[in-house]
Ligand binder design. Sequence first.
Ligand SMILES: Nc1ncnc2c1ncn2[C@@H]1O[C@H](COP(=O)(O)OP(=O)(O)OP(=O)(O)O)[C@@H](O)[C@H]1O
Length: 240
Amino acid sequence: MDAPIAVRGLNHWFGSGEARKQALFDIDLTIDPGELVVLLGASGSGKTTLLTLVGCLREVQDGSVLLFGNELRGAPEDLLVESRRRLGFIFQAHNLHESLTALQNVRMGLEVHGRAAMAHWRQAAAHMLGLVGLGDRMHYLPANLSGGQKQRVAVARALVGNPQVVFADEPTAALDKDSGLQVVRLLKRLGAERGTTTLMVTHDNRILDLADRIVTMEDGRIVRDERCRAGPIPPAGSPA
Ligand SMILES: Nc1ncnc2c1ncn2[C@@H]1O[C@H](COP(=O)(O)OP(=O)(O)OP(=O)(O)O)[C@@H](O)[C@H]1O
């Protein structure tokens, strides 16, 4: 299988005129299918900028970003929309809809996938909530869930559409140690089972043990790229 993400010579600037400031410098990064890659780096080093560029949430200005083999620089809107459908996003502020139950919140993760996916939304959402250990909380409103449980609902929502790549920005920041580990273990397990690739920004040293690879950024540049011992578990059905 081809690399889902291949970045070459990526530069990015914010602002214009006098205030123009370069945030990314000549980034090269190839991520293999099924990898759980952690992006580390001090505040302002460019992690979120990189994540949003690869996640089709920001326009690529200079260099190349191949997502599923498609060039995002200068890509037409319909290609970006199509690409986003294959992605899942988990952000620190889990932004669940307070007036919707856990099940209904997870349903939202299927809405972009059209009528075929929606036909069986209840089964799919319930199955996903079961996988994140919330089978007995499906009809709870967010207000009646703990921080860790809410984040797991957000994880279920991100994963219910079976994304090929998951982008997670500080997914454990609001969680205690056990809940944080649980969320990342879940991502890792689903990655192994489904071949899902995860690119995760974190400051959380506690979850580094679970990473297949740790990429460190400093002042807009990648300064280290280390593979960890464990390595990715190949998805079921891939050649030995
Ligand atoms: N919308 C924006 N407008 C102007 N400058 C920005 C914008 N977003 C980010 N920057 C700047 O780009 C640089 C990289 O920011 P970025 O948010 O990618 O860093 P980060 O590593 O994710 O930081 P943090 O860990 O604090 O989230 C910083 O200097 C930041 O001030």
